[in-house]
Design a protein around this ligand. Structure first.
Ligand code: CA
Length: 440
């Protein structure tokens, strides 16, 4: 199972890449996430994050560093992303690639191997990341009960949580074409606004632009149309996780969402972090599924599983920072807006996946499925500005003397995620950033 601890999780392991041994790095040898760096002069390559570097798998395969098992790949490596590899060879090849990279990058690798591997290192700060999977479909859930309760109570104070919430993992189909990689600027969308209830709607730049702190998971192996995925098998279909910022236009959303849910308010851009942290690397940070309140219904049978209940949660600390134009000009560090944790989700990723396929919908390699905004119980754990500023009624005070109800042009949102547990090495996700540009 994906929860099992093995020798790659040994906290004492070190790498000959010095920066990977820094206790604060997101990318020690125990992590080794996949990515797709694009060195300026070349085509995108497959890579693995290690310390401040990316280990270039294309070069390593061509150089024969990963063992003869990967020789057949050398021919077609130039244009293959994770989707291609998984579709042709299955997810096992990614697990094998990562394991082989692990052997090359460990401190006690053969000196000749280390010497050759040094030629395959790209400085992370010099690499321009691409999407590692070709994302065919994107779905966004609504799995934080705290987020759903907060948002619900703004609109329905007496009845914040709708009666379906504790039975159905709520979600909507998003737009894959507008998923962008961290660092891409986000243009403020225009749309229909009907803030003035007495007048007809107007088509103007979004006034209440927001972010949502989420985590996404990539489907490794899909399912055939008309079949489903039993909950006990769900995690075998999940390859790894990344951070997701589901940019949201609240004013557009408020006018358009009835009766079919979000549409243009959500589809102008979604930012993801470039590294795919594997389920294997996350094994030490698994935790029990959300503990339901006494009196809450148990999940229906197709969403219930003993292992899911014991290990279905993932303990990932999530942080959101803002840096405004003025803060940048005055060299003020990004300011932390919230800190929440993925383990507080009401539904597990296994339940999301199983529910998604339960009616026969075919999931495919590279599909991205996001959790929905991850908020916690406390005020400091609210994963969107809508919640932090309580729909704009309680402006957020920034260290620059500015206030925010929603995002303004020039604001940059920076999301981070990391896992820590006694007896294991800290691992992280890197960053998910995006800066707001003015509307046309
Ligand atoms: Ca969302």
């Amino acid at each position: 199972m994906t929860y099992e601890i093995n020798e790659t999780h040994d906290p004492n392991l070190k790498s000959w890449v010095e920066s990977a041994n820094d206790p604060n790095t997101d990318f020690p040898i125990q992590n080794l996430p996949f990515c797709m760096p694009w060195p300026a002069t070349d085509l995108p390559h497959l890579g693995i994050g290690i310390g401040d570097y990316i280990f270039d798998l294309n070069q390593a395969i061509v150089a024969g560093l990963l063992g003869s098992g990967f020789d057949p790949l050398a021919e077609e490596i130039e244009l293959c992303d994770l989707s291609f590899l998984t579709e042709v060879y299955g997810t096992a090849i990614l697990t094998d690639l990562r394991r082989s990279a692990f052997e090359v990058l460990r401190e006690d690798a053969e000196p000749e191997i280390i010497e050759d591997a040094k030629d395959c290192m790209v400085l992370m700060s010099k690499a321009d990341p691409e999407l590692a999977f070709e994302i065919g479909d994107y779905t966004d859930f609504y799995c934080s009960i705290y987020h759903a309760t907060n948002v619900g109570s703004m609109f329905r104070p007496d009845n914040p949580l709708l009666p379906n919430y504790k039975y159905v993992p709520i979600g909507y189909h998003g737009r894959a074409s507008s998923i962008v990689i961290s660092g891409t600027d986000i243009k403020r969308p225009k749309g229909q606004n009907r803030t003035d209830q007495e007048a007809p709607p107007v088509f103007i730049p979004c006034k209440n632009l927001d972010y949502e702190m989420e985590v996404g998971f990539f489907v490794g192996r899909g399912n055939e149309l008309g079949t489903s995925i039993p909950i006990g098998e769900a995690e075998k279909h999940i390859f790894g996780l990344c951070l997701v910022n589901d940019w949201s236009a609240r004013d557009i959303q408020a006018w358009e969402y009835q009766p079919l849910g979000p549409f243009l308010a959500k589809n102008f851009a979604t930012t993801i972090s470039p590294f795919v942290v594997t389920m294997e690397a996350l094994a030490p940070f698994r935790t029990k599924a959300f503990e339901r309140e006494p009196g809450d219904p148990a999940p229906l049978d197709y969403l219930a599983d003993v292992n899911n209940e014991k290990f279905g949660g993932i303990d990932i600390n999530l942080e959101v920072f803002i840096q405004t134009e003025k803060m940048r000009a005055e060299n003020i560090e990004p300011f932390m807006l919230s800190r929440s944790n993925m383990k507080d989700l009401y539904w597990t990723i296994g339940q999301m996946l199983t529910h998604h396929a339960s009616g026969g919908c075919n999931l495919q390699t590279g599909d991205l499925i996001a959790t929905g905004t991850i908020s916690g119980k406390e005020k400091s754990e609210r994963g969107s500005m809508l919640e932090l500023s309580w729909r704009g009624t309680e402006p957020i005070q920034l260290p620059s003397g500015e206030t925010r109800r929603f995002l303004e042009d020039g604001d940059e949102i920076i999301m981070k995620g990391y896992c820590e547990r006694e007896g294991f090495r800290r691992i992280g996700f890197g960053e998910c950033r995006g800066r707001i540009l003015p509307a046309d």
